[in-house]
Write a protein that binds this ligand. Sequence first.
Ligand code: GLN
Length: 190
Amino acid sequence: MKIGIFALQGDVAEHIKAIEASGCTPVQVRNPQDLDNLSGLVLPGGESTTFWKLSNRIGLDKKIISLSKEGFPIFGTCAGLIMMSRDIEGYPNQPTWNIMDVTVRRNAYGRQLESHVETIHAKDIGDVSVAFIRAPFITRVGEKVEVLSCDKEGNIIFVRQGNFLGAAFHPEMTGDIKIHNFFCDIARRV
Ligand code: GLN
């Protein structure tokens, strides 16, 4: 089973390793046609404004949005989650792909570049070691969105809406591949 990784910017290499470790074949997605014949797509962490600019220039964003409307499995981490959100608090003019019915707050834990690794508990998955890097969190979820994990303060950090997963953190940086396995299982069942 082939899983695409949005590869115009962001931490692509770590996701490639995690997808391989989950028993799937990673495919780097740089053009709209790279999305053909895939079973799912991972949107890595990076810089959400750059994701938008680079993908919009070549029409990759339009194809991702149209596939999402057909229920194509998509997993966004950090900046990837921001791109999947409906809107961003305090950034009314920053475009998103409006794939999940959530509102996010960018850099919600502060702007420090320093990462911190933490073990979170995710519903249906269990304890997972993940990294937070200039992470957002989710401040609103729509009716169809299931909350899979919150941080210690109760802020929402991991959600599912049908075949879509959105994580505020990076699960690809710690070698703990439970969340990638979970996503590959979603893609396998479609
Ligand atoms: N702060 C970044 C953004 O707003 C996301 C950071 C990340 O993906 N690690 O795009």
